[in-house]
Design a binder for this molecule. Structure first.
Ligand SMILES: [Zn+2]
Length: 317
């Protein structure tokens, strides 16, 4: 079950992507309360608490399992997620060590993110993104001493050199490449399931603008030079720590198109008619519904569309 409102198109009136599954409206993060430990302790006593084990959270297949503080025990860290201003309810995550064995009561965002309500999806994305960062930053990057959680989970503090360490998010651009006939160019990565085709994407490098990154990544992976770069939207992608910033761009010269042979081993152009046939006959698999790539392809295709078609939801071959 996909809990998003009925849609006619994948974009709003501004041309931006909408209904991105991991970028839905959620609660007020109430960041002003992070510096008030007394208030946070008070909120904890009336909070609904999501348990996070590694990068998996306690849930059914379509709803978070939220408990009160009397159910919390053992070792873990508290992260303040915010307050729902509609009813004053506060929310926290309780982060414990990863489970040693698969537990059917714990799920990943990829597994159940699309089934959660707007509020719960927001909580889960925030909690998983925080948890992923805390888990791999137990030590100070300056002096190597152990760090501790502070500000309700928003930072780690080193008490030896008094440095503060903030959670990182790594920006990655993803690009819908079009030619002047409004065909799109998609690529296949060898680590994906067979027949999965998607947009070109890559991490922003130090000192690089998003627009420069778009031009570089597309050229590296597909051989084409793009211009007319325009912004489509963004979605957090905490696998483990990215945000995907979506653009479309146009190439005026399709003759140079060629897969790089490493990251991308096959590229294909699609008109809308070719896309429809390719998806219907399962000649290709679209990216999973939770991904910004899927929304970008739907956005290009237009109303009526690919939304009902099965894309194949698995991530890896
Ligand atoms: Zn230090």
């Amino acid at each position: 079950m996909l809990v998003v409102s009925p849609i006619m198109s994948a974009t709003d009136a501004t041309g931006r992507l909408r209904n991105l599954i991991l970028a839905r409206p959620s609660i007020d993060r109430a960041s002003e309360l992070r510096t008030d430990p007394v208030k946070l302790d008070e909120l904890w006593k009336s909070a609904k608490i999501l348990t996070l084990a590694g990068d998996r959270f306690h849930s059914s297949t379509d709803a978070l399992t939220l408990v009160d503080w009397t159910h919390i025990q053992g070792d873990g860290e508290k992260y303040f997620l915010g307050i729902d201003r509609s009813d004053g309810q506060s929310y926290f995550a309780w982060h414990i060590a990863a489970l040693e064995n698969e537990d059917p009561e714990f799920h990943t965002l990829r597994e159940v993110g699309a089934n959660l309500s707007d509020l719960e999806a927001g909580l889960a994305v925030h909690a998983v993104a925080l948890g992923n960062w805390h888990r791999v930053h137990p030590m100070c990057a300056r002096c190597g001493a152990p760090t501790r959680v502070d500000l309700g989970g928003a930072v780690r503090i080193c008490d030896v050199d008094e440095s503060q360490h903030h959670p990182r998010t790594d920006p990655a651009v993803i690009v819908l490449v079009k030619d002047e006939d409004d065909r799109i160019l998609l690529g296949h990565q060898p680590i994906w399931p067979e027949k999965r085709f998607s947009n070109f994407a890559g991490f922003v490098e130090p000192g690089e603008s998003f627009e420069q990154c778009v031009v570089r990544e597309v050229a590296e992976e597909s051989g084409v030079v793009v211009h007319s770069v325009s912004y489509l939207g963004s979605q957090p992608w905490p696998f483990p720590a990215s945000i995907m910033i979506a653009f479309e761009a146009v190439t005026s010269d399709v003759s140079t198109a060629m897969a790089d042979g490493v990251e991308i081993i096959e590229i294909r152009w699609f008109s809308r008619a070719e896309m429809k046939v390719a998806v219907e006959t399962q000649d290709i698999l679209l990216p999973p519904r939770i991904s910004v790539a899927r929304r970008m392809i739907e956005h290009w295709y237009g109303p009526g569309a690919l939304e009902d078609l099965q894309g194949g939801e698995s991530w890896r071959a």
